[in-house]
Design a protein around this ligand. Structure first.
Ligand code: G3P
Ligand code: CA
Length: 241
């Protein structure tokens, strides 16, 4: 089973922050880090899960209504030192580049199924290209349309299609959105393992309102593997590696 850090080491540290990513990058044997991107009013790619800033910061409103300098004034709710801010994708790559050069992968989830940010696909592909880190990236989205755009811009890009059910992932992949991997919810494995043979199946768990399990418990990864899951996105990868 390959293990990814979901929003960084997000059980113990604030999700989608440089601190959570730094902790994840230090874990030996970790396959990669999953993170979420949204876009500011002035077109900067920032790493934050929700369309709004309310849940994770003291701010109120949609990410798309903040300029980068406004969003940078917000503080992530967490009792950590130093206090964390919403990172840009650029800052995240600056931090993780050395680990990526050693093989760490990043799954960039384009959060554009609620609000389809114009030009997001081209922007992220261009940015990754500037760093020359294309081989380390898996792109994903719940929007098959966005993945199709991304595939057109960067035919070599590795892409995973997100959907609650693995059957929907498979049918969308076959529909030609450019994805090679299936990214279902772990409880959405509604096909027998035989139907998933040969596919990369990266399963995600619930977010932070409903954590994967309370801290201190462990998932039965062997049982998940028998269902055809090849990779898992975990909030607490440090407990498994
Ligand atoms: O990419 C897997 C997973 O992160 C999707 O769900 O809500 O945690 O972004 P969510
Ligand atoms: Ca995500």
């Amino acid at each position: 089973m390959k293990i990814w850090a979901h929003r960084g080491c997000s059980q113990m540290y604030p999700e989608n922050t440089l601190l959570a990513f730094e902790k994840a990058a230090a874990i030996k044997g970790l396959e990669g880090i999953e993170l979420d991107i949204q876009m500011t009013k002035d077109g900067e790619l920032v790493v934050i899960h929700d369309e709004r800033v309310d849940r994770t910061t003291e701010g109120i409103g949609f990410v798309r209504d903040f300029t980068l300098s406004q969003i940078k004034r917000l503080h992530i709710y967490a009792d950590v030192n130093p206090s964390q801010e919403i990172p840009t994708m650029r800052e995240t790559l600056d931090l993780l580049e050395p680990a990526m050069r050693r093989g760490l992968r990043i799954n960039i989830e384009l959060k554009n199924s609620v609000y389809p940010y114009e030009g997001m696909e081209a922007k992220i592909v261009e940015l990754i290209g500037k760093y020359g880190l294309q081989k380390n990236i898996v792109y994903s989205s719940f929007s098959a349309l966005s993945l199709e755009k991304l595939h057109e811009i960067e035919p070599e890009a590795e892409i995973g299609i997100l959907n609650g059910k693995v059957s929907n992932c498979l049918f969308m992949l076959r529909g030609g959105c450019g994805a090679q991997a299936l990214h279902p919810h772990w409880q959405g494995i509604d096909l027998p393992a035989g139907r998933l043979a040969g596919y990369t199946v990266r399963a995600y768990f619930s977010g932070h309102l409903y954590p994967e399990k309370p801290t201190g418990t462990k998932l039965d990864l062997e049982a998940l593997e028998k269902k055809g899951i090849t990779d898992v996105f975990l909030n607490e990868p440090e407990r498994y590696l």
